[in-house]
Design a protein around this ligand. Structure first.
Ligand code: FES
Length: 574
């Protein structure tokens, strides 16, 4: 394809000048062997890479980027790969979520500061997807997403074992004395046996589905396994497509409309997706200027059924999901509930993309008439314990606990929890409500995935597998249980959660969308008067984060990052 010279193209503000500045911008890049005609006005495509050996889920991204480059060159573009901060969910302390907004700033400023006309986002592990999407949204240039794809199914002694979900199950078995430590360690090597992201419908898989449902990737992006050759074909095709998107000026804001977010929310219900999607999509909507709020999740998605029979809500794994037809098959099944005229990055509408999508396995992708679970979307709870809302994933909860009243057993922070939960003297039974404080955005800091507190061993040994748990934390998308999360305002911000004491009665009513602390207003006011805010960090990113992070119901973005600054940078660097 011949290049099309466009003096108005963004990259030409760098490469198009005949003076000293143009020399500087072109000459130094030429040291990598790029011929002069690559600077002639053809679309320059940034490949935003989150490869890192410390982010094992994205460990194959250098190879993936090479396939993107093939496609960009084939379509007449000039690809330039660049690294950004990578967030490895399993490695980072105190939690990768603390750095989502920092990484998004890296992405935003890397795109804005450089001669890029369009960008390809290579995303995989949980936080790498929202951080890249958020950063790119604040620049709003033509953008296409490519997910890394899930790992092959975990296999141990003839059984499927799923990322995360299997860890939670087996660790509870070890604590209950039902599994040996040797078997537990052996399972480590059997769970994660290929490159890619967690192969349950955890947060990484959920966010890959969200990217596709939003229209931000080519069809089938969400589910192709990381090591399947079709993942690399998709990367090459995405490389070709982003060049055309630059020619068409198909910017992110033309794809990420209110309708696209509504599609994503409904899709999250149908796939049994992670509660983390709530926070990430609220933050993304804030960056692109779409009005979206927490209540939208309940109103748009909560009545829809879960159709995808994957762990943690069901039985199968992402490899099975892809072979069954992946997200296009799900979207076709729920098409009546979608805005099928929403535009996607391939230039077609969502409806056109899914019109003939086949389903090859109805045990993995169910029908609306025979779903995995009815009314499975995220429920938003309110009450005096969560004035600004809290969320629960009913499809991962125990039906008999969705309406429950119990005595609070309170843990002031995660250290308090770890210090006392294994103590047989702890005054707790299966009717109690476990309450964990100070694990929200400011409190942890970073809102860790500790909301699915492990149960006391003395109850596990009696065969108790679920209890009501309430916190201001998040929960891994691979986890399950009757777990109320994202309580807002959080305890560290002086929310009512901070005032709960041992012995208080708490009422959970998921059908009635209510979470209520049975303590009078006067007593709560007395407790609030004696409440002391926890100490806050005094330097560096932690300080900036804690001073500016918004509450969970707003997406936990930094207040000064909401919105975007576009992509214009008129000043030269020399
Ligand atoms: Fe990276 Fe699950 S830990 S995707």
């Amino acid at each position: 394809m011949s290049s099309s010279k466009k003096p108005g193209r963004r990259s030409q503000a760098w490469f198009g000048s005949a003076d000293k500045s143009g020399f500087l911008y072109r000459s130094w890049l030429k040291n990598q062997g790029y011929p002069g005609d690559l600077f002639d006005g053809r679309p320059v495509i940034g490949i935003c890479n989150t490869w890192s050996e410390l982010t094992p889920c994205n460990g194959h991204f250098r190879e993936l980027a090479e396939y993107v480059k093939r496609g960009v060159y084939e379509a007449g573009g000039f690809p330039l790969e660049f690294p950004v901060m990578s967030l490895g969910e399993t490695q980072m302390r105190p939690t990768a979520m603390l750095f989502r907004n920092l990484a998004s700033m890296d992405v935003e400023e890397s795109i804005r500061a450089n001669p890029i006309d369009g960008v390809v986002l290579l995303m995989g592990c949980d936080k790498t997807t929202p951080s890249l999407m958020m950063g790119a949204a604040s620049c709003d240039i033509p953008t296409i997403g490519i997910s890394g794809g899930p790992m092959l199914s975990g296999r141990w002694r003839g059984q499927k074992i799923g990322s995360g979900t299997g860890v939670w199950q087996m660790s509870e078995m070890v604590r209950a004395g039902e599994m040996s430590h040797e078997d537990f360690v052996e399972a480590e090597s059997c769970m994660h046996r290929s490159k890619g992201s967690c192969m349950t419908m955890g947060t990484a898989s959920t966010m890959a589905n969200m990217v596709e449902a939003l229209g931000m990737s080519l069809p089938e992006n969400a589910a192709i396994p990381a090591v399947d050759s079709r993942r690399y074909q998709l990367a090459q095709l995405s490389g070709r497509r982003i060049v055309q998107m630059v020619h068409e000026d198909l910017r992110m804001s033309k794809i990420l409309t209110r309708e696209a977010f509504e599609n994503a929310i409904r899709t999250n219900a149908a796939i049994g997706g992670s509660t983390n999607a709530v926070i990430h999509l609220l933050a993304l909507a804030g960056r692109i200027g779409v009005e979206l709020n927490l209540q939208d999740w309940d109103e748009l998605g909560s009545k829809l059924p879960c159709l995808v029979n994957l762990l943690p809500s069901g039985e199968h794994l992402m490899e099975d999901y892809y072979y069954a037809g992946g997200l296009p098959a799900v979207l076709r099944e729920i098409a009546a509930h979608l805005h099928t005229d929403a535009l996607t990055v391939n230039g077609h509408t969502l409806g056109e993309n899914i019109a003939n999508a086949p389903c090859w396995n109805r045990d993995v992708i169910k029908t609306m008439d025979e779903p995995v679970r009815a009314e499975a979307g995220i429920a938003v709870l309110r009450g005096n314990l969560a004035p600004n809302g809290a969320v629960i994933k009913p499809s991962a909860a125990s039906p008999h606990l969705l309406k429950h009243r119990g005595r609070a057993v309170v843990f002031e922070n995660i250290e308090d929890f770890h210090a006392r939960i294994d103590d047989d003297a702890l005054d707790i039974d299966e009717t109690c409500v476990m309450v964990l404080k100070n694990c929200g955005p400011r409190g942890y800091p970073g809102m860790a995935e500790v909301g699915n507190m492990p149960l006391p061993p003395k109850l596990l040994k009696r065969g108790i597998t679920d209890m009501v748990r309430i916190s201001d934390a998040r929960m891994s998308g691979t986890a399950y249980g009757t777990v109320v999360l994202h309580t807002s305002p959080e305890a560290a911000a002086g929310g009512p959660l901070a005032l709960v004491r041992d012995g208080d009665m708490i009422e959970l009513d998921v059908p009635g969308r209510r979470i209520h602390l049975e303590v009078g207003d006067e007593e709560l006011a007395r407790r609030k008067a004696n409440w002391k805010a926890p100490e806050t960090p005094t330097r560096g990113w932690y300080k900036l984060y804690v001073e500016h992070v918004q509450q969970a119901d707003l997406g936990a973005d930094l207040d000064f990052l909401v919105g975007g600054s576009g992509a214009d940078v008129p000043r030269d660097s020399h």
